[in-house]
Design a protein around this ligand. Structure first.
Ligand code: SF4
Length: 217
């Protein structure tokens, strides 16, 4: 395997061919924020939080899924990157409900933490109607509150790649897009057992363990 040398925020990184920009940045101590990325899942680049600027390219690139190339000059915190990243997080927050939106001290929501780090301030983007779904607690293992979902698709990947099941999929389009089970059916014990892997990967609290027995219908 060949070696690649690239410059990230002025520091030279020497990594193996095939390494992503995100992984290369970490080798020189540079953290790029992520939301949909996890080292043990195949990168999808869905959320666009990890975008960086590569000199000579017209558009910002997703660092979690873009392999680094020899001679690349990369900026992870340029004004262009920070403006785009902040707008992305603000848009995700605008389409997201849950206690983290009003309770800034909640520790459950990675999106809220990201918004705080980027100093989102007062919301700039307001949805014409909120994305709202009733809470689903049809089995004792997973409680789904799809109003909190940011469509990062980590639950779909974790279920497929780690649990080796295929419980979740994505359906509908645009604003109506939703993570569903089968044909948007309830997540019953027939379909889902107790592995809980999707809960571990969900960054927003949209998936959680039912806390009260009375909640399970
Ligand atoms: S339920 Fe959670 S993990 Fe799944 S897409 Fe929504 S936010 Fe992401």
């Amino acid at each position: 395997m060949g070696k690649i040398t690239a410059t990230i925020n002025g520091t030279e990184a020497h990594v193996d061919e095939g390494t992503t920009i995100l992984e290369a940045a970490r080798t020189v101590g540079i953290e790029i924020p992520t939301l949909c990325h996890s080292p043990d899942l195949i990168p999808t680049g869905n959320c666009r939080v990890c975008v960086v600027e590569v000199e000579g390219t017209r558009t910002l690139v997703g660092s979690c899924h873009t392999p680094i190339a020899n001679g690349m000059v990369i900026h992870t915190r340029s004004p262009r990157v920070l403006t785009a990243r902040k707008a992305t997080v603000e848009l995700l927050m605008a389409g997201h409900t849950g206690e983290c939106v009003t309770d800034e001290h909640t520790s459950e929501c990675d999106l809220r933490k990201l918004a705080d780090e980027l100093e989102g301030g007062a919301p700039r983007f307001l949805m014409r109607k909120p994305r709202w779904y009733p809470i689903e607690a049809f089995n004792p293992y997973v409680r789904r509150d799809m109003s909190q979902c940011v469509l990062c698709r980590k639950c779909i990947s974790a279920c497929r790649e780690i649990a080796k099941k295929n419980v979740y999929g994505i359906a509908y389009r645009g604003f109506a897009a939703k993570v569903i089970v089968d044909f948007d059916d309830p997540l019953t014990t027939e379909i889902c057992r107790d592995c809980g892997i999707c809960i571990d990967y969900c960054p927003t609290g949209a998936l959680s363990k039912p806390t009260k027995k009375s909640e399970v219908k």
